[in-house]
Design a protein around this ligand. Structure first.
Ligand SMILES: Nc1ncnc2c1ncn2[C@@H]1O[C@H](COP(=O)(O)OP(=O)(O)O)[C@@H](O)[C@H]1O
Ligand SMILES: [Mg+2]
Length: 231
């Protein structure tokens, strides 16, 4: 598994009166296969996971992925760490399903034939083979989330970060995403409010007000999060 080091990281947004400290001295080494992230709204979860592929640069401290610094080596880090947003519309960039998947493969030094082959394989793997030429934005919510995942996974990252990937989905589609994620070879870092998704995870981090307040096995972490929420 890749090794992600989050080294004494603090982060704030805004200046002066609007300044808000969002992460406070977060210090972690992530090497497990399946890592969950839970916590209340605004506790810093999205900020934390965005640091992991350099979408956000830390104000203080540093983040490395297999020794690559997210600030200095951003491009290489982003090749290793795929990111999937809650809202797939934020991530779908091309008009058709097949074009959107192929887009992730640009600038990889692949021939047209190789790109087409990998795109075709991804369409099949994610059950989108009958939608290749459909307008991406006309897919159902569940299909859009599958497309967003396919477009990230076709690039074969080592780590997949998912920020609330099932929040907008109904139960059936959420279960489909869960099955898909279960089968991945990648290290997975999953932010979710769907706590049942964390069954069988190796490690769950609980965030509160920018700090990791619990770090352990899913059952204990979920209990700690419930306690916090009921306070
Ligand atoms: N780009 C930004 N600019 C200013 N404030 C932000 C930005 N992103 C997040 N925040 C603020 O940081 C806090 C933590 O946000 P976030 O990491 O998205 O929390 P979570 O994902 O746990 O809900 C929130 O108060 C949010 O409003
Ligand atoms: Mg969030």
């Amino acid at each position: 598994m890749p090794e992600i080091r989050v080294d004494a990281v603090s982060h704030a947004f805004g200046d002066g009166a609007t300044r808000r400290q969002v992460l406070r001295d977060v210090d972690l080494t992530l090497v497990e296969d399946r890592i969950g992230v839970v916590g209340g709204n605004g506790s810093g979860k999205s900020t934390f996971v965005r640091l992991l592929n350099g979408l956000i640069h830390p104000d203080e401290g540093r983040v490395t992925v297999d020794g690559l610094d997210t600030v200095r080596d951003g491009r290489e880090v982003r090749r290793r760490v795929g990111f999937c947003f809650t809202d797939p519309d934020a991530q779908i960039v091309m008009p058709t399903v097949a074009e959107d998947i192929a887009f992730g493969l640009r600038r990889r030094g692949l021939s047209t034939a190789e790109r087409e082959e990998r795109t075709r394989a991804a369409l099949t793997a994610y059950g989108l083979e009958n939608h290749a030429d459909h307008p991406a934005h006309l897919l159902s919510g569940g299909q859009k989330q599958l497309l967003a995942l396919a477009s990230v996974l076709v690039t074969d990252p080592d780590v997949l970060v998912l920020d609330e990937p099932t929040t907008l989905l109904d139960l059936r589609n959420a279960a489909m995403v869960r099955r898909l994620v279960d089968g991945l070879r990648q290290q997975v870092i999953l932010v979710t409010h769907h706590l049942d998704l964390l069954d069988g995870f190796d490690r769950v981090l609980v965030f509160d007000d920018g700090r990791v307040v619990h770090d352990g096995a899913p059952a204990e972490a979920v209990a700690a999060y419930r306690d916090l929420a009921m306070r």
